[in-house]
Write a protein that binds this ligand. Structure first.
Ligand SMILES: [Zn+2]
Length: 107
């Protein structure tokens, strides 16, 4: 088992246990890793999103609440991969609320 898999499993377990959706910063503080590793955590989330359904035999799904502009309310619904956009395409603000994540049962 690689170190990456261990981190990925910790992230997946955290996302199943939280009571409300969490940001990548929340995940980083839970893991106790360097704050600069956001990109890496987003990559783990992409991977978890693709594999969790199969690993749980279709019982679990990783949900993402999309990022949103704090200034005008624009919602980034068409992200190819989970990440925090730097700027709003509508009002050009940099005040973007990051995406939030959780894992739940497939109802
Ligand atoms: Zn905006």
């Amino acid at each position: 088992m690689s170190i990456d898999e261990t981190i990925r499993e910790k992230i997946a377990r955290f996302l199943e246990e939280v009571n409300s959706p969490v940001s990548v910063r929340d995940i980083i503080s839970f893991l106790g890793i360097e704050p600069g590793r956001e990109k890496e955590v987003y990559e783990h989330l992409s991977h978890i999103a693709k594999t969790i359904r199969r690993k749980s035999s279709g019982r679990k799904i990783l949900y993402m609440i999309p990022p949103r502009c704090s200034s005008c309310g624009y919602v980034f619904t068409k992200l190819e991969k989970p990440h925090k956009p730097s700027r709003c395409p509508r009002c050009k603000s940099y005040r973007i609320e990051p995406p939030l994540f959780y894992i739940s049962s497939n109802k």
